[in-house]
Design a protein around this ligand. Structure first.
Ligand code: AGP
Length: 601
């Protein structure tokens, strides 16, 4: 969702901020802006739409070596120039950008700002007006900023500049991600380290309800009560080239192609150098062993990975497991077991719905594990344990490599759980993952074939159904999500046997139905379901394996362990979605209305 950048250094800030904002484009946004402090005061530029529109509007203007920037994903107030950040206080002295949601902004307006004419419909504007009103009453800026922040209920990452001081950016954070970076005579601010890798790799983590006074030659971290906090820097291991498209036209295709490497990377990271077997932290192993039931909490694609994870935990590690959509669990908690372990799956590690659940379960004293692709993210910091998916930065909004990495990490967790209990699973996760990486490579090499399937089934359709049974049911839900989010084709994934209980009414002449059949024990059943839709005019596309194939199937996957087939059967679905979206002229990497990191509930 919204992205924040800030810079204080010896160079002109404009291009650095714009480059930073471009690196944050993946998060999703509908307007963008920057503000620069220079000798004549503060220069403010903001525009609705893409960063390119902002750049055009700035043109040759934009002077100053201190500045802040923002990409906005609208929550309070429509996407418009007026509602775009930065926002300014009435006198123009303070300028601020914000990511998050201020729940009590109406109340604050009534109580403290009744005589202030707001320039926007946003919740954000109250913050900058509060700072000004406290500063006018004689508080120094540090105090005024901390006082304003201590009144806020909700989530925020904030950067504020003062027209009268071109060597300070005030930043604050609560529940929304924000980092401060330090370099040689330069300091930066960013929602995500990758936005400022062109300036520094050294960052400082900010905790909730802390502020940082950022100056060119150093920073000071404080709690909201003014107590100074000492904090070490860390060096991020993200490589700048990981955040570039290279020779690809889209991040999504690059990330699909990276999947074999990601799986091999996971093998390396989770393999014990001594005996070549899986190596998990002892504390995680113990927590898993002690739990009487696992509760997997996630959203979207990560939820789909959780569905596969549940199967693996139950079938391989004999561990009762439930999977819940985070936003549902948050307000409609099921009956819990006596000794649960909560597993949060989140590519970004920032999803607000997941965090809401984590806060609640921590209050109750339950143990938690985060499976994430972003070390240092909020869910990582707040859970008891973390397993990293090691997929490298995922920039396309549509999750691909993070999804397969999540399932791979689940397979390791399940194998380790089985071993800890002395269960003989009959397979070795490390070997199987090696075969999976090879199979993914084979599938990624068949792009022409995938494009042909997209052409034959998806190029002109209004809707599309995906069906599968057992493990395949989980994958078809992900296939449908992938297609709808980037191509805007209405797509749904169903359990094969469920169609005739209602959905089959939607099948007409030419309706595309993708049937996935990788599970031998239900191969005949799903093929029966496919015949039922063909009999009603459906245009059926069948994805099978060497073990389940029949003549005429469209795509045949290499044989791997049946339980792990979701890791490879999703690859053609990702590629077909990609080509369908491409053909339909959609913005593949940045689909409309969507954000990569969903930091509001
Ligand atoms: C995936 O393609 C989606 N864009 C989306 O469903 C995503 O998986 C979901 O928002 C959860 O995000 P997370 O993994 O960062 O928690």
């Amino acid at each position: 969702m919204c992205g924040i950048v800030g810079y204080i250094g010896n160079n002109q800030a404009k291009d650095i901020l714009i480059k930073g904002l471009q690196k944050l484009e993946y998060r999703g946004y509908d307007s963008a802006g920057i503000a620069l402090v220079n000798d004549s005061g503060v220069e403010l530029h903001k525009e609705k739409g893409r960063i390119a529109a902002l750049e055009d509007a700035i043109g040759k203007e934009g002077k100053g070596t201190t500045g802040i920037g923002h990409t906005r994903w609208a929550t309070h107030g429509a996407p418009s120039r007026e509602n775009a950040h930065p926002h300014q206080s009435i006198s123009g002295r303070f300028t601020l950008v914000h990511n998050g949601v201020i729940e009590n902004y109406q109340q604050l307006k009534r109580e403290y700002l009744a005589d202030v004419n707001m320039a926007s419909e946003t919740d954000t504007e109250v913050i900058v007006q509060l700072v000004e009103s406290f500063a006018e009453k004689g508080e120094n800026i540090d105090e005024a900023f901390r006082r304003a922040l201590s009144l806020l209920h909700g989530s925020y990452a904030i950067a504020l500049i003062d027209k009268e001081d071109n060597d300070t950016i005030y930043v604050g954070k609560n529940k929304s991600p924000l980092l401060v970076g330090v370099g040689d005579d330069v300091s930066v601010v960013a929602s995500d380290a990758m936005a400022m890798l062109h300036i520094t790799k050294e960052f400082v983590e900010i905790m909730d309800q802390e502020i940082v006074i950022v100056k060119q030659d150093g920073i000071q971290v404080k709690k909201l009560d003014g107590t100074v906090v000492e904090r070490d820097t860390f060096t991020t291991d993200i490589d700048e080239s990981d955040t570039e498209k290279g020779t690809y036209n889209h991040f999504m295709l690059k990330e699909i192609d990276e999947q074999p490497f990601v799986i091999r990377n996971i093998i390396q990271k989770y393999q014990d150098d001594d005996d070549g077997d899986i190596k998990l932290d002892n504390a995680i192993r113990a927590a898993l062993n002690d739990a009487d039931r696992l509760y997997v909490i996630a959203a979207g694609t990560s939820y789909h990975a959780g569905l596969v994870g549940k199967e693996l935990m139950e079938k391989v590690a004999d561990k009762p497991t439930e999977v819940h959509i985070a936003s549902e669990f948050l307000y409609n908690e099921p009956l819990l077991s006596k000794n649960p372990l909560f597993i949060f799956i989140s590519q970004s590690g920032e999803t607000a719905d997941c965090r809401g659940v984590l806060v609640n379960v921590k209050e109750k004293g339950y143990k938690s594990l985060t499976i994430t692709n972003v070390p240092g993210s909020t869910l990582t910091r707040e859970a008891d344990f973390t397993l990293h998916t090691h997929a490298g930065p995922e920039i396309a909004v549509a999750s691909t490599k993070a999804y397969t990495a999540q399932m791979a990490v689940f397979s390791i967790l399940a194998m380790d759980g089985a071993r800890a209990q002395g269960i003989n699973t009959g397979f070795n996760a490390i070997n199987e993952l090696g075969l999976i990486a090879n199979a993914m490579e084979t599938l990624c090499d068949q792009k022409d074939r995938m494009e042909q399937v997209a052409r034959d089934y998806m190029f002109d359709t209004r809707n599309c159904f995906f069906i599968g049974r057992a493990m395949d049911y989980h994958v078809v839900q992900e296939g449908a999500l992938k297609l709808k989010e980037i191509s805007y084709i209405q797509a749904e994934g169903f359990a094969g046997g469920e169609l005739k209980h209602g959905t089959i009414a939607l099948i007409e002449d030419g309706t595309p139905v993708v049937g996935v059949t990788t599970q031998e024990h239900v191969n005949a059943n799903i093929r029966g379901n496919i015949q039922e839709v063909i009999a009603r005019g459906a245009n059926a596309c069948i994805i099978s394996t060497e073990a389940t194939k029949e003549e005429g199937d469209n795509i045949v996957l290499p044989n791997i362990n049946e339980l792990l087939t979701p890791l490879i059967s999703v690859v053609p679905l990702q590629l077909i979605s990609y080509y369908a979206a491409l053909h339909r002229g959609c913005d593949v990497d940045k689909p409309r209305n969507l954000a990569k990191s969903v930091t509001v509930e």
